[in-house]
Design a protein around this ligand. Structure first.
Ligand SMILES: Cc1cc2nc3c(=O)[nH]c(=O)nc-3n(C[C@H](O)[C@H](O)[C@H](O)COP(=O)(O)OP(=O)(O)OC[C@H]3O[C@@H](n4cnc5c(N)ncnc54)[C@H](O)[C@@H]3O)c2cc1C
Length: 389
């Protein structure tokens, strides 16, 4: 019998398995895919995550550092260079395999190509049926992503209106590259309730679109992406594209029932504004392990709310404000001090409260966001222009 079985070996599952094993629990980590596996994801991970894991993002993971953001809206552009990376672009196959290896080194037993089928109460334990046979455990961790099967034991499936869609292609930079290295471009003019992105990944460009499923379906996403490719001087035919869905996160979701805990996308823990889910996956995996080790799993939802509930709710408020009143808020986001405050907030995993407050003050009181400069002390933003492109 295992102390814990973790279903899904993405960042949330590996993080839970790592911490459970380090805490001395006999842990089984399973995934239906053969590892290393691919995952539809732009792969932007905030700088603080690497600091917290004690990793060097470039030498350990081979990630691409990003220190500059260019924001485009309504014929205007704002560019901020922090002078140091605020996110790193990881290759998900490599990153996820690295995190699985870390969990294995801590003592977790990992089996890939193993499907979770169902679970049932078995005395004091939980019976677990998988494609590799039946097991028993005391705690079951659902880390099986957006379409989680474990989730059905805790809450209803994610509803379509609370999902976002992301679609992207890779292009080799050729001729005059439309974007300098170390840069992310965000285009706010594309879809309603979403945005387009261009990342420089070193050897290729990631060009994509993301937005709420209320306003964006696959057909519309293809049209928006084709238009952006044409604008960038690339062939508009998409060819092989990557498509995935994300839950829109907030702090009011049910995350646990008895000894079954949901982490990462299975729990719906994704930032509604930027679509950042990797850091929440890793955090929730760590917190689930802590809750199991210290309190028999009971405090899990409370600990999550305390750790990042406020951040998730601020991101939801930000997404609603920016996309419902674009002419008010998107215009404000073109202010370098506000953009720098946002990037520093992402970089350090700080509360989004001060950023949101500064944004609303700028929008409704015309304030030049004194907070913005006060709250960005770690690295002064270099304002490289607020120009017509
Ligand atoms: C287009 C797109 C772009 C994104 N870009 C970013 C970004 O730039 N930055 C960011 O932070 N986040 C991004 N995200 C979100 C991010 O990818 C997710 O939040 C993150 O992967 C969640 O990790 P997880 O471990 O919860 O789930 P996943 O990474 O989805 O892992 C779930 C695992 O469970 C396994 N599994 C599923 N069902 C079963 C089963 N029945 N039995 C066994 N195993 C099973 C799957 O094979 C999978 O390996 C993006 C998402 C999309 C769709």
């Amino acid at each position: 019998m295992y102390d814990a079985i973790v279903v899904g070996a993405g960042p949330s599952g590996s993080s839970a398995a790592y911490h459970l094993s380090r805490g001395g629990l006999k842990t089984l980590l399973i995934d239906k895919a053969k590892f290393p596996r691919r995952k539809a994801c732009a792969g932007a991970v905030p700088e603080w995550v690497f600091r917290q894991l004690g990793l060097s993002p470039i030498s350990d993971i081979g990630s691409v550092p990003i220190q500059r953001m260019r924001l485009f809206y309504n014929g205007r552009k704002c560019e901020v260079d922090l002078g140091c990376p605020y996110v790193h672009i990881v290759d998900r196959a490599r990153w996820d395999a690295f995190l699985v290896g870390r969990a294995q080194r801590a003592g977790a037993h990992f089996v890939d190509r193993c499907w979770f089928l169902r679970a049932w109460p078995r005395g004091d334990a939980i019976g677990v049926a998988t494609s590799a046979g039946d097991f028993a455990c005391r705690y079951l961790i659902g880390a099986d992503g957006l379409r989680s099967t474990v989730r059905t034991m805790v809450a209803a499936p994610h509803r379509k209106r609370l999902l976002a869609l992301g679609m992207y292609v890779y292009r080799r930079p050729s001729g005059a590259c439309p974007i300098p290295e170390g840069t992310i471009d965000i285009h706010f003019d594309g879809p309603r309730f979403g945005y387009c992105w261009v990342f420089h990944r070193g050897d290729s460009l990631s060009i994509g679109v993301a937005g709420s499923c209320l306003a964006l379906d696959t057909r519309r996403a293809k049209a928006v992406l084709g238009g952006l490719l044409t604008e960038l001087g690339s062939a508009p035919a998409l060819g092989a594209f990557h498509l995935g869905f994300l839950p829109i996160g907030h702090s009011f979701r049910r995350l646990a029932r008895r000894r079954v805990l949901l982490v990462g996308d299975a729990g719906g823990l994704v930032d509604a504004y930027a679509g950042e889910g990797i850091s929440y996956a890793i955090e929730s995996g760590r917190i689930a392990a802590e809750a199991v080790l210290r309190h028999g799993g009971r405090s899990y939802a409370k600990l999550c709310r305390r750790a990042f509930g406020g951040r998730l709710n601020c991101c939801l408020a930000l997404a609603l404000a920016v996309h419902s009143l674009p002419s008010v808020f998107k215009r404000q986001l073109l202010k370098p001090s506000l953009l720098a405050l946002y990037l520093n907030t992402v970089r350090d995993g700080r509360s989004y409260g001060p950023f949101l407050a500064a944004l609303f003050r700028a929008a409704f009181l015309g304030a030049v966001a004194p907070e913005a400069t006060r709250q960005a002390p770690l690295h002064e933003a270099t304002h490289l222009g607020d120009q017509q492109p």
